[in-house]
Ligand binder design. Structure first.
Ligand SMILES: NC(=O)c1ccc[n+]([C@@H]2O[C@H](COP(=O)([O-])OP(=O)(O)OC[C@H]3O[C@@H](n4cnc5c(N)ncnc54)[C@H](OP(=O)(O)O)[C@@H]3O)[C@@H](O)[C@H]2O)c1
Length: 281
């Protein structure tokens, strides 16, 4: 059985490739990448895979049985068409099963909602593809907060607009593990899973980081508008507004959903205590 993974040059795609190798073998995995040289370190066959090029995708998907589609990075309206290119190329190439990395979050009312809606459209396209399918709705990656630790230290705390909303965070390697199971086990076909660990507040996240990094950070919430202006000043209009939209969704409880991680992965998600202890060591 041949399993292909798109966007394998990216962090999530690479984590999924590595987990699938663990579950099968290097010979069973094909990495698709828009920039193939960025995926060569994975040690598997790499083929071209630009979401904008349906002819190239169809060629690259020859002989593939199951395909993992990592959601794209372009503007929401463009993503829907890019994902359709991948789905249609897969159908033409004779792929039997699609697994899609979707996302959780507010479907309406925030600046992040157009991204969520584009993911929902692709979910529908996948369900209507006529192929076997499994959909994962990823929680928010926790790694960016860890990578931001020096900035948090400079600021003296974590400041955003999430208030006491809980967020179902996850890690890319935990996602990789679950997606490897979803790709290789038929029992997941036709299922949609929320993939994240225990949901935590920003105050809890701050405390975990304090224990792991020996810091004395505090969490302070601000209004959505205040945070939006703060993010725009640092990141520019588009990204700043979207980031504020993500935290607005957390504030409104849209990232606090039941987790189906254990069903998908066949084991529990790493606990935050263990995860942060591993960072400490
Ligand atoms: N759950 C979350 O918290 C969260 C946060 C951020 C993003 N996301 C979503 O998760 C996805 C993966 O995240 P990540 O951490 O792996 O991001 P990443 O490391 O930035 O990787 C993005 C990947 O998308 C690829 N890509 C972009 N445009 C493409 C195109 N036209 N055709 C084919 N590949 C294309 C990039 O290829 P190149 O190497 O050629 O650039 C790269 O491999 C993102 O695309 C986004 O949809 C989720």
């Amino acid at each position: 059985m041949k399993i292909a993974v798109t966007a394998a040059s990216g962090q999530l795609g690479a984590a999924i490739v590595e987990a699938v190798i663990e579950h099968t073998s290097k010979e069973s995995v094909i990495a698709l990448a828009r920039t193939p040289e960025k995926a060569s370190h994975l040690g598997v066959e790499v083929r071209q895979g630009d979401y904008n090029d349906i002819v190239q995708l169809e060629q690259s998907l020859q002989g593939v049985d199951s395909l993992l589609i990592v959601s794209g990075m372009d503007a929401p309206e463009k993503r829907i068409g890019q994902h359709r290119n991948v789905i249609n190329a897969a159908k033409r190439a004779g792929v039997k099963k699609l697994v899609y990395t979707s996302v959780q979050g507010a479907e309406e009312g925030t600046a992040f909602s157009p991204v969520i809606q584009s993911n929902r459209q692709t979910e529908q396209d996948i369900r209507e593809s006529g192929l076997d399918w499994v959909i994962g709705r990823n929680g928010i990656y926790i790694e960016p907060d860890i990578e931001y630790i020096d900035s948090y230290k400079k600021l003296g705390g974590v400041f955003n607009c999430a208030e006491d909303g809980k967020c179902g965070y996850t890690t890319r390697s935990e996602l990789g593990y679950a997606y490897a199971r979803m790709l290789t086990e038929d029992k997941h076909n036709g299922e949609m899973y929320n993939l994240h660990g225990e949901a935590i507040t920003q105050a809890q996240l701050t405390e975990y980081m304090n224990v792991a990094f020996g810091t004395d950070l505090v969490f302070k919430s601000m209004s959505v508008e205040e945070y939006k202006q703060d993010r725009i000043a640092e990141l520019g209009d588009f990204i700043g507004t979207v980031i504020a939209g993500i935290y607005q969704g957390i504030r409104e409880g849209k990232s606090d959903n039941p987790s189906h991680y254990a069903q998908a992965a066949g084991r529990e998600h790493v606990s935050w205590q263990d995860y942060f202890s591993s960072l400490k060591s």
